[in-house]
Design a protein around this ligand. Structure first.
Ligand SMILES: [Zn+2]
Length: 398
């Protein structure tokens, strides 16, 4: 019953929004409700007309810089706001309206606004948090990742955390994932710092988990361990911690401990009622063989790369030992490696397909992140096609 109502309301509201945008005046919109709105609610004109002032009142108007022109319902004996000429109590007041979320028209508007208008609407800071959250999640689901990021950034505007409702947590995870996928690692790190310093308590556990993974990415094991311990204090029962701890222990060179801890997490989380079967299965695999399970998860995490990564993995398994390197012993006993002509040619071929250049000081020891370029498949496939390139040290360094 409620689901049917929600569907009807959504379809009516989408039509209403289009009608309002046409000229943004109430009388014109009321005409639409009489003439066309009825078609969205199964011909029920009383309902179509009663809905109109309610939705109008919550719609952000472009001509008012996204403020709303809220109408107060008339008194019972006053003329109805739908202009029927009857008293309110004998007209729209008699129509029983099922629940209407008060952020609905803002949410739909955020899905419609484009470019500069979307930017201005977000900058107005008038959008209700719930509207931002829903519009962001819907955009991400529809594959509009840029729009989703823009909307979520507005929700997690770090100048005022007090507006943020607790239900915003999935939005926070979404924004962090969007930053990660789209290569905004610096923005991600800044947001995490901000949340940990000044953000609301309900976001801190998730922030610590993500910070721990960021430290692992940059091989800062001490900070990763510290973030993990804090995350565990904040969110003792988070299944994500099991995965992070296994990663951490493997990075720390303790595979047996990783296995022990995965077993511990499996026993602990198996008792929880709300845990998903898929998560438990993952933990069981982790306890069985942490290294293989995590490697497989990484290969699967980016679907568009999984074929290329799987061929590279297969390649490593069959690869023969590389030829010995020509090293010269220096006077002080240290070894010096000089690149021969053939290796120089190989390096040239490699550099033609690989977008990044070695830069010792940078985070990955590369000037740019090769995984964030247009399509890492290009260079991955080239590498799989020419495995002999891996005999050249400078290629491996990349
Ligand atoms: Zn009326």
């Amino acid at each position: 019953m409620l689901a049917e109502w929600v569907e009807r309301l959504l379809s009516y509201a989408s039509g209403a929004l289009e009608a309002i945008r046409a000229d943004e005046t109430f009388p014109a919109f009321m005409q639409w409700a009489h003439a066309e709105g009825v078609n969205y609610v199964g011909g029920d004109e009383a309902l179509a007309v009663a809905l109109a002032p309610v939705l109008w009142s919550q719609t952000p108007l472009v001509r008012l810089n996204f403020a709303r022109e809220s109408l107060a319902p008339p008194n019972r004996n006053e003329p109805c706001w739908c202009d029927s000429g009857r008293k309110y109590k004998q007209c729209c007041d008699k129509v029983q309206l099922p629940p209407i979320p008060d952020h609905l028209m803002w949410m739909l508007s955020l899905r419609e606004f484009k470019g500069e208008q979307l930017k201005a609407a977000l900058a107005s800071a008038l959008a209700p948090a719930q509207a931002l959250l829903e519009a962001g999640l819907i955009s991400a689901e529809a594959g509009s990742r840029g729009r989703a990021q823009q909307i979520m950034e507005s929700l997690f505007d770090t100048s005022d955390w007090s507006r943020l409702p607790e239900q915003a947590e999935p939005g926070f995870e979404l924004l962090l994932d969007l930053y990660q996928e789209r290569g905004f690692t610096r923005k991600k790190a800044l947001l995490l710092d901000e949340v940990l310093e000044r953000g609301p308590a309900f976001l801190r556990g998730v922030a610590l988990e993500h910070q721990c993974l960021l430290h692992l990415d940059s091989d800062d094991l001490g900070s990763a361990r510290a973030a993990f311990i804090r995350a565990q204090q904040t969110l003792p029962d988070s299944p994500t911690l099991a995965y992070i701890e296994a990663m951490l222990l493997l990075h720390e060179g303790q595979p047996e401990e990783a296995q022990d801890r995965a077993r511990f997490w499996w026993r602990r989380l198996a008792k929880q009622k709300d845990i998903e079967p898929g998560q438990l299965e993952f933990l069981a695999d982790l306890a069985e063989n942490p290294r293989a399970t995590l490697a497989e998860q990484m290969v699967n995490s980016d679907e568009s790369l999984s074929d290329s990564l799987a061929s590279l993995q297969a390649l490593f398994e069959v690869l023969t030992r590389p030829p010995r390197l020509a090293l010269e012993t220096q006077e002080d006993g240290s070894l010096l490696f000089g690149q021969n002509a053939e290796q120089a040619v190989t390096l040239g071929l490699w550099e033609a397909v690989f977008p990044a250049r070695i830069e010792e000081e940078a985070a990955l020891a590369l000037d740019i992140d090769p995984w964030e370029t247009q399509d890492p498949n290009d260079w991955l496939q080239q590498l799989c096609a020419c495995p002999e390139w891996l005999d050249t040290p400078a290629v491996c360094q990349g």
